[in-house]
Design a protein around this ligand. Sequence first.
Ligand SMILES: *Cc1c(COP(=O)(O)O)cnc(C)c1O
Length: 476
Amino acid sequence: MTALRDIPSIDKLVRQLEPIDLPRPVVVAVVRRELAALRAELAAKSIPTNVDQTAQDVTARVRIALNQLRRSRIQPVINGTGVIIHTNFGRSPLGEGLIRTLAETAANYNNIEYDLSTGERGGRASYLEHNLALLCAAGAATVVNNCAAALVLILRHFASIPPKNQVLISRGELVQIGGGFRVPEILQASGAVLREVGTTNKTTIDDYREAIDERTALILKVHQSNFYMRGFVESPPSSDLARLARERGLPFVEDLGSGAVFPTESVCDRHEPTPGEVLGEGVDLVCFSGDKLFGGPQAGIIAGNANHVTALKKEPFFRALRCDKLILSALQATVDAHLSRDAGLDPFNGAQDSAGGEIPILAMMKAPVEALRARAERIVSSVAGLPVSASIGAGEAKIGGGSMPEAVIASSTVDLVPHNARLESFAARLRAAAPPVIGYISDDRFKIDLRTVFPRQDADLCTAIRHSLSVPTDRS
Ligand SMILES: *Cc1c(COP(=O)(O)O)cnc(C)c1O
């Protein structure tokens, strides 16, 4: 087996690959793994090889494996999909002003649990909780890791001790949201027992009333989020459910999912109920995500009745779900940005970039389509003379993140048909760019929707397109 002996040593290979932007132990591990795999293949096939060929194969193989690993590192990408709250891309990007605050909090000690007035231990993130309650027109508010955690905490608190552990929920709301979040499974994992009410399309207040007995612990309403039912559809308004819950002395909780605190009809002619509106209808507690329409970091916000919120914070489980200082600091800045907007200090200001300062997803939703079109024109003219047919398309941006599935926002796209590559391989080259660019293929074109591309990324986008067009031809 000369071939086995011809395989270069780990050390030699690692030295050949340097300099490389990965920690040395990582490179060594990959080299070791690839060499072992190659040895196994050679031993199995016992194919005759020549020394140079084997060395080349090994180096190429290792480079591919290292590239794959490097690409799995969390890094900025250019989102040309037009999906604003893209779960695969980290949902809401954070604004620049907020990042500065975050950097200061991160680099220094801070007063997260210290009362600067008394010089003693203070409530954790009490300013944030105070302002969050104000923003949601709630008695009190608190924060956990994400909305799933908020729901688990609420269910464990109200509905985990038999026999009073049944949760009433409409059959039309037993939904799956994204990967791994199924309402019935969350209930079960929290120790609650699901009591289904009504039918998929129709649930009445009487269905709820008839289902209540001594085992009932909670009435839960879950926002349908990522799908939309129309036709023969009915469900009671939250105000009716709140009245029923009050009559029977039951807590009533609404999982809002996306947590819009601005009038969504101003961007996409659909109204999302805000936490304040829902609490105003008599709901005891709402929960929602921090990184969907709220436009902040990943978090689960709970707002409503002050006694309930206090009790939830005393649950031993709360400690396991709490957020760290960076999240709380980012959320604090997001809440203040929303409150400042409410006070009439419109951060949109017409111009996209100043708006992008604090809540980028709002700025993206608000950007005038003419401004996107003007950028598309500049990008298209910058690729003139290259082997590509480039034009400006009309896009339909989506909210994403399981929010308002029917809503579309008119947008502008850069449409590309490369002369020297198939669309799929052109897409792959753009994904391999630095930073990676992700678009979509439609109507036999590769499209980049500019609503989700920050104007500051336009130059990088042009560079990536140019580089991807200069790779040798693969059109056969
Ligand atoms: C998105 C969503 C959740 C899950 O929120 P996370 O913050 O991702 O945990 C829960 N409920 C509803 C209705 C949602 O839309």
